[in-house]
Design a binder for this molecule. Structure first.
Ligand SMILES: C[S@@+](CC[C@H](N)C(=O)[O-])C[C@H]1O[C@@H](n2cnc3c(N)ncnc32)[C@H](O)[C@@H]1O
Length: 175
């Protein structure tokens, strides 16, 4: 194991049979550099598999009511603005991989359903709580509204469709 910042640190070139990452690039402002480094690290014929989310599918089951659905969407938008993630990167990953000269490029996405009072809900409750101050700092959420939103994750009747996790694979050409 080694500590490595894919945006800043160089990577050996042409040495790896397989590069796989998941849920990394959408966090990074230097994602093109990072993706280019991953491709350069592959041997000729080596395989790249990158999985990145696209949150276009992340909506609540409407049976919990319009207010909950709207709040869920608003929190996604405001949180991504507050922390600087690109929540629509999944749809652009395919073209980015093609543009790096990869061959046999394929892309397929899948989405999981989420529900309150599950480990998945706890993950999201903790994740949003960790960036609460930054979300409130946008001025688009009051503390009360944030509490109402967070309480959704403790409600077993709150169900949502998750982000599409887009998996794009390709091979580095031989020579
Ligand atoms: C949302 S987590 C995903 C963890 C895991 N890959 C998964 O899918 O469950 C984001 C990961 O990106 C890594 N990461 C963020 N910025 C990075 C950078 N500049 N260079 C390398 N890794 C980075 C973090 O260390 C963290 O492991």
């Amino acid at each position: 194991m080694r500590a490595h910042n894919i945006v800043v640190d160089g990577l050996e070139q042409g040495v790896l049979d397989l590069v796989h990452t998941r849920n990394v690039l959408f966090h990074l402002s230097g994602r093109q550099t990072a993706l280019g480094r991953m491709v350069s690290a592959l041997k000729p014929g080596g395989v790249l598999l990158v999985e990145e989310p696209d949150f276009s599918s992340r909506v609540a089951d409407p049976r919990r009511g319009n207010a909950a659905c709207s709040l869920f969407l608003k929190a996604l938008r405001v949180a991504s603005e507050a922390v600087g993630t690109d929540i629509s990167y999944g749809r652009r990953l395919y073209a980015d991989v093609c543009a790096l000269g990869m061959i046999d490029v394929e892309a397929e996405g899948r989405a999981r359903m989420g529900r309150g009072v599950t480990p998945d809900a706890e993950f999201w409750r903790l994740s949003y709580t960790q960036v609460r101050d930054r979300i409130l700092g946008t001025g688009q959420f009051s503390p009360e509204e944030f509490d109402t939103f967070i309480a959704l994750f403790d409600d077993p009747d709150f169900i949502w469709m998750g982000a599409v996790l887009m998996a794009v694979s390709g091979r580095r050409p031989l020579a």
